[in-house]
Design a protein around this ligand. Structure first.
Ligand SMILES: O=P(O)(O)OC[C@H]1O[C@@H](O)[C@H](O)[C@@H](O)[C@@H]1O
Length: 319
């Protein structure tokens, strides 16, 4: 993301408290001295917790598999190189739904800290960035055979005092071009689905996956979720925030800006689909989550040999 951070002043302002890091059982956790924290499972490089103001901001299903046997149902699973069921007669066609990134073991590349201008002009805020890597040679034999391209991914998860940023760099390290789609499948935690509205989508075209993938235009300035919702909004300006707001007082609960990600999926399984997903629970938990997923999924990004692409999101929470 385009942050104007200065390198950490470690050693200059000697006693400035530093972020803390713990690595245990393939789970990385970082905290800021101001109390915010983030947790990432190396399986899928899935962000499974983001706490700020003492509260969890991401939804993780009580029945999520956390043992690497299945993609984690909640947090921020990363979708790459294909969104949804892969199309037939395409280079991704034998990959699983949503590709292999969310069900591969990533490596932790390290942590870096920096100072960013604080909300008050005379104050600086610490941030911590965690980098994760995945490349062709780290995939299972099955995934390598299904998608035989030499690629390198670096996924950066940055925690600031008021935001969580996730950014993906995709490199083509081989000799052939490849196509990919990418999506940050963010499960936001909310108190009650009937009290949220999604803003920033009015007049945008979307594909409704619950209505045979038909195309529609959003008429609502503040979308209420009242049934199963699975929509791919297209051609959005990434700099214009998608805001999840309270219906009661219009207060912003989450605000999501993107870079190079022009699609946004809005997904809630609602009653029947929630019950039908073995790793979703409790059944009523559909009321406590909404997925707002920043991505590039309505077409394909083509990456030529030696080229790199980068995109990401920044989520600001009310707290
Ligand atoms: O069950 P999965 O593979 O995690 O997918 C969950 C949902 O992910 C969303 O991104 C898709 O638009 C939905 O169609 C899908 O049901």
């Amino acid at each position: 993301m385009d942050r104007s951070n200065k390198p950490s002043a470690i050693g200059v302002g000697a006693s400035l408290p530093q972020p803390t890091l713990s690595i245990k059982d393939n789970i990385i956790e970082a905290s800021l001295p101001t109390g915010q924290s983030v947790t990432v499972h190396l399986y899928g490089a899935t962000v499974t917790s983001w706490k700020t103001g003492g509260q969890e901001q991401l939804f993780v299903s009580e029945k999520a598999h956390l043992d690497g046997s299945k993609p984690i149902r909640g947090g921020i699973p990363l979708v790459f190189p294909v969104f949804g069921p892969p199309p037939q007669n395409h280079a991704t066609s034998t990959l699983p739904q949503h590709g292999f990134a969310r069900n591969s073991n990533w490596e932790f590349l390290g942590k870096s800290s920096s100072e960013a201008p604080g909300r008050d002009s005379d104050q600086t805020d610490l941030t911590v960035k965690l980098d994760f890597g995945l490349s062709h040679s780290m995939l299972t034999d099955e995934f390598r055979a299904a998608w035989p391209y030499e690629f390198g991914l670096v996924y950066s998860v940055t925690l600031t005092t008021d935001s969580l940023e996730t950014a993906l760099q995709v490199r083509n390290e081989g000799q052939q071009n490849f196509d990919f789609q990418v999506l940050m499948h963010t499960y936001l935690s909310i108190a009650d689905i009937s009290d949220v509205r999604v803003k920033g989508l009015e007049s945008k075209t979307y594909i409704d996956k619950t209505l045979q993938a038909t195309s529609h235009t959003e008429s609502s300035p503040a979308l209420a979720i009242t049934q199963e919702t699975d929509r791919v909004y297209q051609q959005l300006d990434p700099a214009v925030p998608i805001v999840v707001a309270s219906a009661k007082d219009d207060q912003s609960l989450f605000s999501i800006t993107r870079e190079a990600l022009t699609d946004v999926v809005v997904w809630n399984p609602w009653i029947e689909k929630a019950k039908s997903m073995a790793d979703f629970g409790p059944d009523e938990a559909y009321k406590n989550m909404i997925c707002v997923e920043a991505g590039s999924v309505s077409g394909w990004q083509t990456l030529e040999a030696g080229e790199a692409w980068e995109g990401g999101q920044s989520i600001k929470s009310r707290l």
